[in-house]
Design a protein. Structure first.
Length: 306
């Protein structure tokens, strides 16, 4: 845009200079027909980016949003674990196990997406991709060994270390918006990529102030025995657990912990954890516990035995 305007000014200057030189310059200017159209000025426009570059910018923005959300969720999970105030400490332990079982996989997913990205054709943008790819992959490798199977008794303290690594996953500088300000072709692609729009979300919604998505699990069904955990003594019951519960079923003592995104069963030193409805925990005497339903309000668990 600036280049077209500059050329027009130079051309106009040349016309004036030529018109003012030599004899008859003024006469020629006066003799020009007022009806004669003036030379048209070509309108300026932004460079049109290729669909490949638009897709590349969208992929980069999507990975950036994923990392931002991951940092936010990790910080919230750490606070929730630290704020857990059950007397036994089992709720904090269960939440820590859930965090350690999912967070490394989430980082690895973003690392895989960045690894799959090809070159943009814009050198500075490709350097940004390479730097972010290297950073995320390094953290993914560091977290690979962090799982609930390693040091269960230290799960809570391990969460803080994992969160510290997650919080380091910020885009290198200059980031994509800063580069777009310097490269017109990249700026045009950035403007056209829907993932780069303010407020874009991975689920396809955008903007702020909209209604939150409804809970996909819906309301919990009514448990046949409610919170009457004594009904489980014979090994057959269906109960509601909203936080923690100590249940004795067919002589087996089971400590149940329900978090927002997991259900944990602890019995005799064993730990079994599930991410939602459909999970089945088995115990040594044939006793089973099935997760009938689970949402942010609790879980309906059905115990059965042969």
């Amino acid at each position: 845009m600036g280049r077209s305007r500059g050329i027009a000014v130079v051309v106009a200057g040349l016309v004036l200079a030529v018109g003012g030189c030599g004899e008859g310059g003024a006469d020629e200017k006066a003799a020009r027909s007022p009806a004669e159209p003036k030379p048209a000025r070509s309108p300026s426009s932004s460079p049109s980016p290729s669909s490949e570059l638009v897709g590349w910018a969208g992929d980069m923005c999507e990975s950036t949003v994923a990392l931002r959300n991951l940092r936010k969720e990790s910080a919230a999970d750490l606070k929730e674990i630290r704020d857990s105030d059950d007397e036994t400490g089992m709720l904090a332990h269960a939440r820590a196990l859930s965090y350690l079982s999912t967070t490394p996989a989430d980082v690895e997913t973003v690392a895989g997406d960045l690894e799959a990205m090809g070159a943009s054709g814009v050198p500075a943008a490709d350097r940004l991709r390479d730097a972010l790819r290297k950073k995320v992959k390094r953290v993914a490798n560091e977290l690979e060994a962090q799982s609930p199977a390693v040091g269960l008794e230290y799960a809570e303290s391990t969460v803080a270390d994992v969160d510290k690594r997650v919080q380091s996953l910020t885009p290198p500088r200059p980031d994509l918006p800063a580069l777009a300000e310097k490269v017109p072709r990249l700026a045009a692609a950035y403007e056209r990529a829907e993932q780069c729009a303010p407020g874009w979300k991975p689920d396809g919604s955008s903007g702020e102030g909209g209604s939150p998505a409804p809970d996909a699990t819906g309301p919990l069904p009514e448990a046949a025995d409610g919170k009457n955990y004594g009904a489980c003594s014979d090994g057959a019951c269906e109960v509601l657990v909203t936080s923690t519960a100590d249940i004795t079923a067919k002589g087996t003592k089971v400590h149940v912990i329900v978090a927002d995104d997991s259900i944990t069963f602890q019995s005799g030193g064993g730990v079994m954890q599930f991410g939602g409805a459909g999970g089945e925990a088995g115990f040594g005497n044939g006793l089973k516990a099935n997760v009938v339903a689970h949402d942010k309000d609790g879980a309906v668990v059905k115990f059965s035995s042969p």
